[in-house]
Design a protein around this ligand. Structure first.
Ligand SMILES: [Zn+2]
Ligand SMILES: [Zn+2]
Length: 304
């Protein structure tokens, strides 16, 4: 599957994204002339906003190389960050849809979730349809929405694949070894929660930031997840002790759990605490089980 995805991405690159004419025109464009134009625009805007004396003072402080820096680094950096945001929005919406729709999950996304313990090579272990829609089309749309040149898309695509591989690497490296974890809150540890059976309904965000999880109450930190599992074990034990039954009936209640968590999240202005989640589920449910039997089998690869 990983290889099929590589073939798809290569074909997409050759036949859709790559154009010799466009790339040559971009590489051999009149860059000094464009820098000159930009310098004039910056000067005009600064003086019309701040007035002649303050504007001239600021332009002197910025120095003659400012437009050059803006052209080669400033604007491309903003484009890069914007592309990350667009990609995050695309991935969150579709990734969540692939979980919320049983049909989409069973037929496509369950392939990726056969990896209970992610490893780097499995980062792109996706059904080809999902790989095309989420990763390939998502990257192409993000690059187009941020008006990137072909050289910029090469950097952006490589970086986003590197980040995805890193998130599935299975190791939470210290920041000096993996500075990406310092910059982006979406780490290997964070995505690992999503790959665990009990964490499937959390941490949909990928691959850069986690603001959509925070916004929609689906964020679960690794610490909180571990604590929730512990609280739940205690809860199950006390339930078993009280009922004297060794066969505890655990009913998955996938509809009421996320809804109650979301409601509580909104009321508190934050997401629910582990105790809240366990309490919300009540004695008939298991807060760490978020799927029914059918999707469980799909995840295990039995129904696909
Ligand atoms: Zn998923
Ligand atoms: Zn994954």
């Amino acid at each position: 599957m990983v290889l099929i995805q590589q073939v798809f991405q290569t074909l997409l690159g050759i036949f859709v994204l790559e154009s010799d004419e466009t790339s040559l025109a971009q590489v051999f464009a009149d860059h000094p002339g464009r820098v000159q134009d930009l310098a004039q625009k910056v000067a005009g805007l600064t003086i019309s906003t701040l007035g002649m004396s303050k504007g001239t003072h600021l332009l002197r402080l910025l120095g003659p190389k400012f437009a050059n820096w803006l052209y080669w680094w400033g604007i491309p950096s903003v484009q890069f960050v914007w592309a990350c945001f667009v990609m995050d929005a695309w991935e969150y919406a579709l990734h969540r849809a692939f979980h919320e729709s049983r049909w989409l999950y069973n037929n496509f996304h369950s392939h990726h979730h056969r990896l209970y313990v992610p490893y780097a090579f499995g980062a792109l272990y996706n059904h080809p349809f999902e790989g095309f829609l989420l990763d390939s089309a998502g990257a192409a749309i993000s690059a187009a929405a941020s008006f990137m040149t072909i050289r910029q898309t090469i950097v952006f695509f490589t970086f986003s694949i590197m980040k995805t591989v890193c998130d599935h690497g299975g190791y939470a490296f210290p920041p000096w070894l993996d500075p990406l974890h310092l910059i982006f809150p979406n780490t290997a540890e964070y995505h690992d929660v999503h790959h665990q059976m009990q964490g499937l309904r959390y941490n949909y965000s990928q691959p850069f930031f986690i603001h959509f999880d925070v916004l929609f109450g689906t964020r679960m930190s690794a610490e909180k997840f571990a604590k929730m599992k512990k609280v739940n074990q205690k809860f199950k034990k006390s339930f078993k002790d009280a009922n004297g039954s060794s066969e505890e009936k655990v009913v998955s209640n996938e509809k009421s759990l996320p809804e109650s968590i979301r409601r509580r999240g909104k009321e508190n202005g934050n997401d629910a605490s582990p105790d809240d989640i366990v309490l919300a589920q009540g004695k008939n449910g298991d807060p760490t089980v978020t799927l029914n039997g059918e999707t469980y089998r799909a995840k295990a690869g039995i129904a696909t």
